[in-house]
Design a protein around this ligand. Structure first.
Ligand code: F6R
Ligand code: ZN
Length: 190
């Protein structure tokens, strides 16, 4: 067997995912972001500071399984975004472009409700609804952010090219164009 240059041969494996809870057993990395990690992302910075002072709750957890970071391999993760609001804005992930911008990503929603917000560097915007069974395709070049508009955790399975990487800097400078806010008890994108 001839291996492509830069791609390792590893042994097949499997991992256990608790679909109801939204957790991966023995992940290689577990990233937990709290309110204090989200400064600069919400419209109402004072509401965020009040939340931080009141106990700095967890916003989301990402359980990742990371094969070699090489062309041909596939990363996958479980993203678990808790319900809540900062002022009238629903809890959300930071959002990012991929460092290797021409790599896409698949999200399969396992639990909860919300939206995947997406935008391109030239200002195009899209929002796809999340509910159990909704598979969202995030094409290459689109920054992506999950928003939880429900009352239970928003849990998704994600999968993407191993060499994709995360570029947070560009979207922090640009913003996402639109936000998801609660008006009269209902989510509105504006
Ligand atoms: C990976 C990916 C997800 C997110 C996760 C957390 O490319 O899109 O695994 O990393 O949903 O969101 P961020 O990374 O924006 O904090
Ligand atoms: Zn991504």
């Amino acid at each position: 067997m001839q291996l492509a240059s830069g791609t390792s041969l590893i042994q097949p494996f499997s991992v256990e995912i608790d679909l109801a809870e939204g957790a991966m057993a023995n992940p290689q990395t577990l990233t937990r972001r709290r309110a204090s990690d989200m400064r600069g992302h919400y419209a109402d910075g004072e509401a965020l500071e009040r939340l931080i002072a009141a106990g700095d709750p967890v916003h989301y957890e990402v359980f990742e399984c990371l094969p070699p970071e090489e062309y041909g391999h596939i990363f996958f993760c479980i993203s678990r975004l808790l319900p809540g609001k900062v002022g009238s804005e629903y809890f959300m992930t930071k959002g990012h472009y991929h460092t290797v911008a021409h790599t896409g990503e698949l999200y399969l929603c396992l639990r909860g409700t919300g939206f995947m917000l997406m935008k391109t560097a030239d200002g195009q915007f899209a929002a796809q609804p999340f509910h159990r069974g909704a598979m969202v395709y995030c094409p290459p070049y689109w920054a992506h952010r999950s928003v939880n508009t429900g009352t239970e955790p928003l849990v998704s399975f994600c999968s993407y090219n191993a060499e994709a990487g995360h570029n947070y800097g560009d979207i922090e400078k640009e913003g996402f164009i639109k936000r998801v806010l609660e008006f009269d008890g209902k989510p509105v994108i504006r």
